[in-house]
Write a protein that binds this ligand. Structure first.
Ligand SMILES: NC(=O)c1ccc[n+]([C@@H]2O[C@H](COP(=O)([O-])OP(=O)(O)OC[C@H]3O[C@@H](n4cnc5c(N)ncnc54)[C@H](O)[C@@H]3O)[C@@H](O)[C@H]2O)c1
Length: 249
């Protein structure tokens, strides 16, 4: 049995993860952690003092995930990170710490298998189009922008091509931000925040005379659970560092 703790257990994702772990035959939920809870552990440090934890699943918030992850890796607790908002520098630091401590760490900006396929298809299409932009749409309680999925998609496309703003004219924004955020390989990312959405993303490719759209919509947070359990099983068996679910699919 894999002894799993869930951090952010009261949150929208955390509650789904708690259910998924409880229903997984090869996992045992040993600790629920949430700073806002009255009847749960408040921190991973607190839980680890009492419980025997093999692996922590973290769906908390950008400002706490880095410290949580360092604590786990320094104390031999494997970690699966769903929380988004880690910087490139922090991800690199966690990669090094995971290797140094020989403790598994998997970070995935998106655990939905459909969304991961959308990213893989976008990378495939990137070879054939010189222009591309990303629109990501989420609920209006999401704290970070752009989404981790949008950033990861742009990174994957940038592995294929260095510039996706081919032949764009010199632009002037009459309202700041109108053209979105300039990311990897000049891919503009536009973040929409709206009640009603869970998580959607559209990658638009253009070339002379044609447009290709690759789109994924999450209709329910259950769509992430297959990927979360896959990540837990992988990380329990392997002590490697993985960034992106595509690497274990
Ligand atoms: N990787 C993915 O597939 C994926 C999918 C959806 C959401 N997310 C990310 O997961 C994170 C959580 O999303 P959500 O919608 O569940 O948010 P949420 O606000 O509903 O839940 C976050 C929970 O974490 C708790 N929390 C915050 N800081 C904590 C800390 N230091 N220790 C313990 N608990 C803490 C909060 O009290 C809250 O209950 C966000 O970063 C979001 O972007 C990732």
């Amino acid at each position: 049995m894999i002894k799993v703790a869930v951090c952010g257990a009261l949150g929208k994702m955390g509650q789904e993860v708690v259910n998924a772990v409880e229903n997984a035959e090869d996992m045992e939920l040993v600790a629920k952690i949430d700073i806002a809870a009255e009847d749960m552990y408040h921190t991973i440090e607190e839980a680890a003092r009492v419980e025997d934890i093999d692996l922590l699943i973290d769906f908390t918030q950008p400002k706490s995930i880095f410290e949580n992850a360092k604590y786990c890796l320094n104390n031999g607790i494997k970690i699966v990170i769903g929380t988004t908002g880690l910087t490139d520098l922090q991800i690199e630091e966690l990669r090094q710490l995971s290797r140094e401590k020989n403790t598994g760490c998997l970070i995935a900006p998106n655990f939905s298998t459909g969304a991961v396929l959308m990213m893989m298809f976008a990378r495939q299409a990137a070879k054939y189009f010189d222009n591309a932009e990303i629109i990501e749409l989420h609920h209006n309680q999401k704290k970070d922008a752009p989404s981790g999925t949008a950033v990861k998609t742009a990174q994957m496309m940038a592995e294929v091509k260095a510039d996706f703003a081919f032949n764009n004219c010199d632009e002037t924004e009459t309202i700041e931000g109108a053209r979105g955020a300039n990311s990897y390989a000049n891919i503009q990312i536009h973040s929409v925040r709206m009640p009603g959405y869970i998580a959607s993303q559209e990658v638009i490719f253009g070339s002379s005379g044609q447009i290709l759209k690759v789109r994924h919509d999450s209709m329910d947070r259950k769509c992430y659970m297959q990927g979360v359990l896959l990540a837990v099983r992988h990380t329990f068996k392997n002590n490697d560092f993985v960034y992106g679910l595509d690497n274990i699919m």
